[in-house]
Design a protein. Structure first.
Length: 395
């Protein structure tokens, strides 16, 4: 045994025998063994109480005692939570197979005819104690691991709540905007926002950092704060292509933990009812537009640029679409449509498009319907990735 093991869980022997002479004989056998602590109990009615107090790593117990049957006491030890797993060596004056069988049947780990040879007794005490101490250390390691996992889960939940606190409240003027964000079990890198830039321009964007964990979340928060505070130098935030180019220069992945992100960034002109946008590696976003909800058609806004931070000095294309009297914009991360199915396979972007055709374009609960649908497909409480979605209805 190593010194650390011996110090944390020393070999502790408890002998239960009504004869003081046996207690003294065993004490002498163990005398001089620095790694062994010895305790003697000559009153079997107090044996369990004493065992609970000292925490033995092995119990030696006589089978024949006047106040209680030895086999019954073994049963009591096995029923007691604190001694249920402690190794027990029963001592008997006879070598009887039937008695041995009974002792093992009620929970004994070993059987010795007393008084045993000193060398054999020490060997068996150390053998059984090593096994029990190893079990205690495994249990302690599992307890520490469970505590660590609980603490980590609390930290992740706290970080997730912080990220969500940065998301905007629902908007009713000059457009109607809302969002849904359901984090997965691991901390993700989704972030989004919408707000007016000036009297005529509204910006809306959604980004998704590669990977999961604290690093991804930290980068998403950094990008979110950069866009909210408009701290990109020499950038007109009304020009989506400029914004993405500046983000790409500011967040090169070799300076940010080898992480990149995808983003869709749009600028809506209230006076012209036009939506300008640029995308860097992000999935196609969707605009429903028409004279009315009944006549609105679906427009896919494709991504034409790479992910942000992958290649230095990139330029990005800018697209533009008119928005009719009825207009509804849907932004989402890939966690909305890259959903593993319970029966195997994957729910893809094309499946999302088909599903959207089954829902009225002016349905007020589209985001909630979609979340319930993909959760049913996945058949689990949590999805594999964050479910992040923004919906903007243009007045």
């Amino acid at each position: 045994m190593t010194g650390s093991t011996a110090s944390s869980h020393p070999i502790t022997v408890l002998l239960i025998d009504d004869q003081a002479i046996v207690g003294e004989a065993i004490r002498r056998m163990l005398d001089g063994e620095s790694d062994v602590q010895y305790h003697f109990c000559n009153d079997p009615t107090k044996a369990i109480e004493q065992a609970n107090a000292i925490g033995p790593t092995v119990i030696l117990q006589d089978l024949v005692m006047p106040e209680i049957d030895g086999l019954t006491l073994v049963k009591f030890f096995r029923a007691n939570p604190k001694t249920r797993d402690v190794p027990m060596i029963v001592l008997s004056s006879k070598e009887e197979p039937a008695t041995k069988a009974q002792a093992f049947a009620v929970g004994a780990n070993d059987y010795l005819v007393k008084l045993p040879d000193r060398v054999e007794l020490l060997a068996r005490i150390r053998y059984h104690s090593r096994g029990y101490i190893a079990q205690l250390e495994r249990n302690e390691a599992y307890r520490r691991l469970a505590e660590s996992e609980r603490h980590l889960a609390e930290e992740i939940a706290s970080a997730s709540r912080y990220v969500q606190s940065l998301f905007p409240p629902p908007m009713t003027e000059p457009v109607i905007a809302d969002w849904r964000h359901v984090p997965s079990t691991t901390l993700g890198g989704d972030a989004f926002s919408y707000h007016t830039l000036d009297d005529d321009h509204l910006i809306v964007y959604l980004l998704d950092v590669s990977g999961h964990g604290v690093g991804s979340a930290l980068l998403s928060v950094s990008v979110l704060n950069t866009l909210r505070s408009q701290t990109l130098p020499n950038t007109d935030f009304r020009q989506p292509d400029q914004v993405l180019a500046s983000l790409n220069d500011a967040f090169q992945m070799d300076k940010h933990g080898e992480k990149y992100f995808t983003i869709w960034y749009g600028v809506y002109s209230l006076s012209q009812r036009r939506l300008r946008y640029a995308s860097g590696g992000h999935p196609n976003m969707i605009l429903f537009s028409g004279e009315s909800a009944a006549s609105a058609t679906m427009h896919l806004m494709p991504s034409t640029g790479p992910g942000i931070g992958m290649v230095e000095g990139m330029t990005f294309d800018c697209g533009e679409l008119p928005v009719g009297p009825f207009g509804r914009l849907l932004l989402f991360s890939d966690g909305v449509f890259e959903v593993s199915l319970a029966q195997g396979g994957m729910w893809h972007f094309d499946d999302l498009i088909q599903w959207l055709h089954t829902v009225p374009v002016d349905a007020p609960d589209t985001m909630d319907r979609l979340y319930q649908h993909v959760k049913q497909l996945h058949q689990a409480n949590n999805l594999d990735d964050d479910f992040s979605m923004v919906q903007v209805q243009f007045r």
